[in-house]
Design a protein around this ligand. Sequence first.
Ligand code: PLP
Length: 496
Amino acid sequence: MASRLFKRTATSQLSKLSLPTTTTRTQLRKRCYASAAAVPTSSSIPVHDRAQIKHEASLPNPDPAEDSPTTTFLAQSTPFMVPTYVRPPPMMVKGQGSLLYDNENREYVDFTAGIAVNSLGHADPEVSRVIAHQAQQLIHASNLYHNPWTPTLSKLLIQETQKQSPGSELSQVFVSNSGSEANEAAIKFARKVTYAKDPSTTQRDIVSFHESFHGRTYGSLSATPNKKYQPPFGPMLPGFRYGTYNDVAGVKDLVTENTAGVIVEPIQGEGGVNVATPEFLQALRKRCDEVGAVLIFDEIQCGLSRTGDLWAHTASGVHPDILTTAKALGNGIPIGATLVSGKTVAPFIKTGDHGTTFGGNPLACRVAHHVFERLAKSKLQEEVRAKSKLFFNASETLNQKFPGVIKEVRGRGLIIGYQLSDEAKSKSTEIITAARERGLLVITAGDGVIRIVPPLVISEDEITRGLAILEQAMEVVFNKSDDVTPTKGQQEFGSR
Ligand code: PLP
């Protein structure tokens, strides 16, 4: 009965989908299968992979079977990739708004948005048009020359930030290619400030927090005190110290006269959707001012209207000296940006202090300019706040249906974490798998948190549909657990 129900929903959603006028459903299917048919077909599937593709036979959206074109293709081609990720079996080939389609034309409601990246949804026609137009004009000419879009994007980022975070002193931007690079620039700039004031200074430490995630490059990784990421790559950079998130009393001893900078996420994403209290951010601001350290807010995951405000920190009334952003800024085109204060940082950064080949290229900057302009709109922000309520309300329904399973709901806007209880948290992988095989993509975070970061443009119907699938998945996992076999996938480990 349930599976029949879901089949019906999926079909009706597909027919409602507004595809480009020249693309019919049959053409979409043909295109997906055409790419599937082009892949190699003879293969022996490694035992390890075979173990990952077990699924319930009666599912509406089962993972690709072991003799499917997808599995055959992947078995032949993925051995050529450095295996830094474990992925679940489906292969995504197309997106449309908040829906994704795999190689075998299964449809998924996307509550992940490419890990908080595709805020305007997949294959947005305007974004596609801007990319195509700029690609025909100029993609790259290097930072040796001016182009129209790096300064235009920088100006918009600053003006809109000053408008929506009144009192902000952020006044200049360094554009790079990713979140990690935006944080590398921030860490370097923080150290440059104290060095510029006194080249013999001992004020070099960078403070960050447990459960944070700032990236995988050495500076950003050194600021990410996580046992999963640091130990194989030690030693980390010297001078990094770690504190407890939201520990106001600990701030005084943590941030000292030797501290050059403090980096903190106003909402920790990977760490489990942990929200900083205003008191904590205020205490960090006060202590940084006392010792002359630079306060860096990493809004790479929680910024750009995901909370319903342009920046997540604005509600706390605290302003940073540096703000980093990336992810949703390009809606999928790689870009990062480091915004710096005109008073406490910019005067100390000189020609040659930092650089990048690709950062600030006209293609990425023009796309980001278009994306940011749309994400900064108050109408979109209001809609984010309204949609958020659906997820908070749903958690109450889920709580009644599955008592003791969800311990807490955290987050704001459309960055939401359902923290599973100690008894239930070992089941997070199974929930993710069961949801996927019913047509919903969700990810985990932290310690047993179901993380929800959908496109900000997701419709209320799509939210309702996705939440119904999540409920079905939890029903199977908690009330009929013999029916589901978890398949491993990188997103299910919450490790980026
Ligand atoms: N900072 C935060 C808060 C993040 O969530 C991430 C990525 O998940 C990063 C930094 C690193 O960004 P990137 O993967 O683009 O280097």
